[in-house]
Design a protein around this ligand. Sequence first.
Ligand code: TPP
Ligand code: MG
Length: 369
Amino acid sequence: MANKKAPIDFQALLDEVNSDFPVYQALDQDGKVVNEDLIPDLSDDELVELMTKMVWSRVLDQRSTALNRQGRLGFFAPTAGQEASQLASAFAFDKEDVLLPGYRDVPQLVQHGLPLTQAFLWSRGHVAGNLYPEELKALPPQIIIGAQYVQAAGVALGLKKRNKKNVVFTYTGDGGSSQGDFYEAINFAGAYHANAVFYIQNNGFAISTPREKQTAAKTLAQKAVAAGIPGIQVDGMDPLAVYTVSKMARDWAISGKGPVLIETLTYRYGPHTLSGDDPTRYRSKEMDGEWQKKDPLIRFRNYLVEKGLWSEEKEEQVIEQTKEEIKEAIAEADKVPKQKVSDFLKNMFEESPQTIKEQIAIYEAKESK
Ligand SMILES: Cc1ncc(C[n+]2csc(CCOP(=O)(O)OP(=O)(O)O)c2C)c(N)n1
Ligand SMILES: [Mg+2]
């Protein structure tokens, strides 16, 4: 074989697989329009509504962190930095669309209709946090990485079979995109052209594991290729680009063409969760600083101020209202009687099997003492 030209060029094959997936962006980091085509057709009121939701989410993150440190909240996965990725995506969906969130997606869930008090109860591991109002089209946040994707594929097929003009939207992370569940779900949903929009919120890390260690693939969006569905990367710090791409993906899925996979490029400013993670062990100050320059709130604020739609006073008002809302919701949560193990067990099955019945009896006896 010496000197003979190789019959197959593996490098060329690889380059083709890793061919460019453009990153869509509407606003640059200063809030200047860089792609007019991606500016959505939202009214002034809707633009203000979206900014209000993003500011609300930032305050919720700050207050939840404080409440957690005071021992007044249980599990909390910080969201600051991901407001465009989370709230601007969810803004493209309808109340009748079904949300399947992960543990970091509580802001979208509350905006979709989960009372904040229940979100806090969920944080505390209270069973009442999972008893959803009938009209809320959502499942509780999934803790098992990627599992919500498989559930989403099933729910999406159900919507399709019932000829519903609605979709499922679901979120996982860069780490989640390595799970078997992830591939199975996009493959199955693709095969059945099910009504689903799948998000990968690529915040660069799965706890401490960096994106480069997650996969040799150049982008996470290109994983869509193997499922035969469109995959797209979007600047996840740019609310208008995230919204536009989401709206288009929803339209595509509803029209019967099948699911879409969206990778949002984003960053979490805080630790993975407040249960002991120290991000300074795996991220540098420089890296944090680079991403903070891309902040979705700064960008959108600049854009809206320029249009005369936003001001410091307006933002202060939203911050104060949100703090008040949080104060009331946590006070409501405090009124709910403490979690009983027996109630937890009773919530597992509609008709408890014998073994669970026995356990319920044991705990009820303990609890009545
Ligand atoms: C199946 C499974 N494996 C491992 C874990 C432990 N775990 C919790 S969060 C996490 C990292 C997930 O990272 P990513 O998908 O990037 O989401 P992010 O937390 O960054 O939003 C891991 C490994 C889990 N919850 N479920
Ligand atoms: Mg991640």
